[in-house]
Design a protein around this ligand. Structure first.
Ligand SMILES: [Zn+2]
Ligand SMILES: [Zn+2]
Length: 211
């Protein structure tokens, strides 16, 4: 099985991946319509994927797949993912900023798809906006969630799929400056400086719960 096809196993046999094991992702919820998994290479503290199980829908490009009708059907899974994320995040961290603590869903969680997907199966990202993760290893990783490369749930569907994926990747992943998602500071191409700064931004707001 190719790496691009790695999500298929969770769609076909979600019950096999419900416990934490050596597999990269864990299924946190599934029914006949969709499966919710933890991303095997999380780019933030909380990073979930929603995978619709319908075989033909799973093959449609994410920019055009999520019509109002399909979105309506998937709303319920978005809700489950958000609830899971809030609970899990709060179990790991104390939130120092009261305003943020009260508005985690609105201020700290982003939902959407990648303009040019790297995996074959349709999936929706539900991710915390901290990008505080050892799996966030280069500029492309960061920019794929912090530029127009990430198409927000509310902006879907787009009118058409991208005619030139390479151009989109160049514009957003390679040529776009690294901008701090908390304060807007521009780090141009300095990825390790941005990483250091993201750590500082994170520790200003969140303290690990000592359990
Ligand atoms: Zn993706
Ligand atoms: Zn900042």
């Amino acid at each position: 099985m190719s790496w691009r096809g790695a999500l298929q196993q969770y769609i076909c046999h979600p019950e096999k991946y419900e416990t934490v094991s050596s597999t990269e992702s864990q299924v946190i919820y599934h029914d006949s319509t969709a499966v919710i998994i933890t991303d095997g290479f999380p780019k933030a503290t909380e990073h979930l994927l929603i995978l619709p199980r319908n075989a033909s829908l799973s093959k449609v490009h994410p920019t055009t797949a999520l019509t109002d009708h399909i979105k309506h059907k998937l709303e319920r899974y978005i809700e489950i993912a958000i609830k899971y994320i809030i609970k899990d995040f709060k179990s790991k961290y104390e939130i120092l900023d009261n305003n943020l603590a009260e508005n985690l869903e609105r201020e700290f969680i982003q939902i959407g798809i990648h303009h040019v997907p790297s995996m074959n199966n349709l999936h929706v990202h539900v991710i915390t906006k901290d990008f505080h993760s050892t799996r966030l290893k280069h500029k492309k990783h960061y920019n794929s969630f912090n530029t127009g490369f990430f198409v927000k749930w509310d902006d879907l569907p787009l009118k058409e799929r991208p005619s030139d994926p390479k151009l989109i990747e160049k514009k957003y992943l390679r040529d776009h400056d690294l901008i701090c998602c908390y304060c807007g500071q521009n780090f141009t191409n300095k990825f390790s400086k941005l990483k250091e700064h993201l750590n500082e931004e994170f520790s200003k707001r969140f303290v690990p719960n000592n359990e």
